[in-house]
Design a protein around this ligand. Structure first.
Ligand code: SF4
Length: 145
């Protein structure tokens, strides 16, 4: 059976990181299909919807994800199995904002219960990578794009 194409990417970003971050890096990486988004190269019609986690411990994601699923279906006829959620690099890596989110497992569980596919990673900061190489930040998780 054919695998359904991805039609919508949700990019969840850390509320604390977003106090100073515009989110440009994640959307730029998605638009150019680089960093955590290389898997979507050639999929010109894929839409990106960035949103915040809503603050610790990420419980608001249940409501935001439900809203996303409903609106995607109603406004663009996108089914939830055509949606992939990326947990942004500010959540899943040790980086210039903070160490990784301590609630990742909880957030991932919420999203999976909603029937959404989850991937880790978005924008890859060269500065953060340099600091990882220098041993100042922890290395990337193996499952992180
Ligand atoms: S739940 Fe995680 S991603 Fe959200 S504000 Fe807290 S630390 Fe940031």
């Amino acid at each position: 059976m054919d695998k359904k194409p991805v039609r919508l990417i949700g990019i969840i970003q850390c509320d604390f990181a977003k106090e100073r971050c515009s989110g440009f890096g994640c959307v730029n990486s998605f638009t150019n299909r680089i960093d955590g988004f290389t898997a979507y190269e050639g999929d010109a019609g894929v839409m990106a919807v960035p949103f915040n986690c809503g603050g610790c411990p990420g419980r608001r994601i249940a409501r935001t994800a439900a809203h996303l699923i409903k609106r995607a279906k109603k406004k663009a006829d996108i089914e939830k199995d055509e949606i992939v959620i990326h947990l942004s690099s500010c959540m899943v890596t040790d980086n210039g904002h903070y160490p990784p989110c301590p609630h990742l497992d909880y957030i991932e569980k919420i999203l999976k219960r909603k029937g959404l596919k989850v991937r880790k990673g978005s924008y890859k900061s060269k500065t953060a990578q340099k600091r990882r190489d220098e041993g100042l930040y922890d290395s990337l998780n193996r499952d992180c794009d």
